[in-house]
Design a protein around this ligand. Structure first.
Ligand SMILES: N[C@@H](CCC(=O)N[C@@H](CS)C(=O)NCC(=O)O)C(=O)O
Length: 245
């Protein structure tokens, strides 16, 4: 049995999809990150970086084994099952580089974009413009890749697709009107749109989405102090604590 510590976020959806695709038995353990549950001592023992997703694999031969960071979890589960990552050679490295592309680029840039689009107070035009422009550039990178191959890793569906899919889907659902380049049907990137449909057609992805929809969103439960804490602002900000630059 695998425990998946989860919230209603794209990084968690990646893992639900992988667990459903591989058929590994798992249970969801909700973590309300909007109420700061990720900062509790018990959770920090699982992930010192205080973020979901985290898994605990109770079937590991050496006893319960914990993995945090969604890309590392996908990699761990791929190695555990021998699925969705070629065993060796260029095929494996192609998947790894597109997995890391998501973890190092698409994920963090979406995170910063979301922050300035949704949560930050006004007056951040420069930051919003910077992250919007960079995100749009990354969609161009994916579009060019998917005009050459059906899946990000190459010929076969892989953990690289599972990593990118939730972000592209969620951003289209939420922001297609205000930021048309994020629309899954944008004429700017027909190959991304077709790839998204191929992902959605997979029964494992559909089961992952269903499992994800059972989680309860926590944003409405957050106080303004909870929000300050999660975003490191107000009394939690570096400058407030140190008085220095
Ligand atoms: N690089 C991490 C990002 C994880 C992450 O940002 N998780 C968010 C939810 S999607 C979270 O737990 N946020 C709580 C916080 O930042 O305090 C991964 O891919 O696992």
């Amino acid at each position: 049995m695998i425990d998946l510590y989860a919230s209603t976020t794209p990084n968690v959806l990646k893992i639900e999809i992988m667990l459903e695709e591989t058929g590994l038995p798992y249970r969801l353990i909700p973590v309300n990150v909007w109420k700061g549950e990720q900062f509790a001592d018990g959770f920090l023992k699982l992930n010192p970086n205080a973020k979901v997703p985290v898994i605990v694999d109770h079937d590991h031969p050496d006893g319960p084994y914990t993995v945090f960071e969604s890309a590392a979890i996908l990699f761990y589960l791929a190695e555990k099952t021998g699925q969705f990552l070629p065993a060796a050679g260029p095929g494996r490295h192609n998947v790894m580089q597109w997995l890391v592309f998501q973890a190092a680029n698409l994920g963090p840039m979406n995170g910063q974009f979301n922050h300035f689009e949704r949560y930050a107070p006004g007056g951040n035009d420069y930051a919003l413009s910077r992250y919007t422009t960079e995100l749009k550039r990354q969609y161009g990178v994916m579009e060019r890749r998917l005009s050459d191959v059906p899946w990000l890793g190459g010929a076969d569906y892989s953990i690289a697709d599972m990593a990118a899919f939730p972000w592209v889907l969620v951003q289209s659902n939420r922001l297609r009107e205000t930021f048309p380049f994020l629309d899954r049907d944008s004429p700017l990137h027909p190959n991304i749109g077709a790839w998204l449909k191929r992902c959605e057609a997979r029964p494992g992805v559909q089961r992952g989405l269903k499992a994800h929809s059972a989680l309860k969103p926590g944003l409405a439960t957050a106080s303004s102090d909870d929000l300050d804490r999660i975003f490191g602002r107000g009394r939690y900000a570096y400058r407030a604590n140190t008085g220095t630059r």
